[in-house]
Design a protein around this ligand. Structure first.
Ligand code: C6P
Length: 418
């Protein structure tokens, strides 16, 4: 398990960028008459042909419901759906596909853990520990749970670089802590958290750890067994797959002990008015017709990630981040928000006297797509005393030349807005 994108880079081979870019049809388009520069991969990455074609193939040739029919199409759909689960297992080095639950994405995976794993176990006097850099998806489900149960939400502090203060985090762990929820790679700051170390600390007190991996899986090799966490959540659309699908990985013994979260078809073995017998893992948590094409797209995204040299990708993305950060710091009054020593490819910044949304609008006219706002991480914004940032986030298909276009567009924006 790598902890830093930069660390992976030193000996890595060069990426064949032209070959990678050729796999992403959207990169050929123009926006406002200019070639698209897509610097918003943290919001959602673009999709390679392999993903688009896998979903298209399913709809054209094998579309049917899963686990229900004996007819050929249903068999093919079920096999493709379960093959995608096996691909997801490989991605995370999970011990078994029984531990891989398809969800709508990271958000739903975290809510599932909050309501099914923790809610029956928790009450007044208990605590849930998260960090100050979490996405709202890893804050609000715990706040709701605290309201429902009388438990208390604790927040571990971060420093001015946007790094978790590990000593303070460890001090907040106690026999009252019933779960730790931590983001692997922060979407707003880029910080890569030392998740294995966090799990070691929590393990000493037998506290389960949930990792929000939404921003990690497109960039890092993740091994849930090596991390020794209890739950890992991800969204396919951040890792070159489709929207509306993601997964919860959970240790089998936890998932076995957890009650179903939603009831309906697919998650049962037998139903009568006297009672219901639930299906085995992981189907117990997959009520209703699933997002079949989405799961197949997720599987194709995993295979796409397996087809590239992830170390070379990491080195390339680290170079993009370093170049962008250096060039951004040349702007007077610009502050980088998030300067952790271990960082994913996210350059978040604020400029004195200039609103982030105005920057976003002006650079868009040069064809450059960035995200502006609070990035669903308002507490992190509050910590840095800014209402919003402009965020350029990179994927494997971005180039240094695109950073030149972005910097020129930003110069135009500053000249107009100041
Ligand atoms: N961050 C961003 O622009 P969903 O919406 O469930 O696929 O993912 C939620 C989520 C959870 N955790 C982290 C660290 C995330 O980055 C996200 C999504 C997007 O940064 C949209 S707000």
């Amino acid at each position: 398990m790598s902890t830093s994108i930069g660390d992976q880079g030193a000996a890595a081979a060069e990426l064949d960028l032209a070959a990678i870019r050729a796999q992403f049809p959207v990169l050929e388009r123009q926006v406002h008459g200019k070639p698209l520069v897509y610097f918003d991969s943290a919001a959602t990455a673009q999709r390679p042909l392999a993903v688009i074609e896998a979903m298209d193939r399913f709809y054209r040739h094998s579309n049917a419901n899963v686990h229900r029919g004996v007819h050929q199409l249903s068999v093919e759909a079920s096999e493709a759906f379960e093959a995608a689960r096996e691909s997801a297992r490989r991605l995370l080095n999970a011990a078994s596909t029984r531990e891989v639950v398809f969800t709508r994405g990271t958000t739903e995976a975290i809510n599932l853990v909050a309501q099914s794993f923790l809610r029956p176990e928790i009450g007044p006097g208990d605590e849930i520990l998260i960090t100050h850099m979490e996405h709202h998806s890893n804050i609000v489900p715990w706040q709701l749970l605290c309201e429902q149960t009388g438990a208390e939400l604790k927040v571990a502090p971060i420093n001015q670089h946007g790094e978790l203060m590990l000593d303070a985090f460890e001090e907040l762990l106690s026999e009252r802590t019933r779960l730790v929820g931590v983001v692997h790679v922060s979407n707003a700051l880029g910080t890569i958290n030392p998740v294995a170390e966090i799990c070691r600390m929590a393990r000493r007190l037998d506290i389960p750890v949930l990792v929000d991996g939404a921003q990690a899986t497109p960039h890092l090799k993740v091994d849930v067994q090596a991390l020794d966490c209890d739950f890992y959540c991800l969204s396919a659309h951040k890792m070159y797959g489709p929207t509306g699908i993601g997964l919860l990985w959970g240790r089998e013994r936890h998932l076995e002990a957890m009650p179903p979260w939603q009831g309906g078809g697919e998650m049962i073995l037998k139903v009568s008015f006297d009672g219901t017998t639930f299906n085995e893992l992981p189907h117990k948590f997959e009520a209703g017709t699933p997002n079949i094409a989405g799961a197949i797209g997720l599987g194709a995204a995993v295979e796409f990630l397996e087809s590239v040299d992830l170390e070379a990708v990491a080195a390339h993305e680290a170079r993009l981040l370093a170049t962008a950060s250096e060039r951004l710091l040349e702007f007077p009054g610009l502050k980088l928000i998030g300067t952790a020593s271990a960082k994913g490819p996210v350059a978040s910044f604020a400029i004195d006297g200039v609103h982030a949304n105005d920057i976003g609008t002006i650079v868009d006219h040069a064809g450059v797509a960035i995200r502006t706002g609070h990035h669903c991480a308002m507490p992190a914004m509050q910590f840095f005393g800014v209402p919003a940032t402009a965020r350029a986030s990179f994927g494997m298909y971005n180039t240094v030349e695109e950073i030149d276009v972005f910097i020129d567009a930003l110069k135009t924006a500053c000249a107009m807005l100041r």
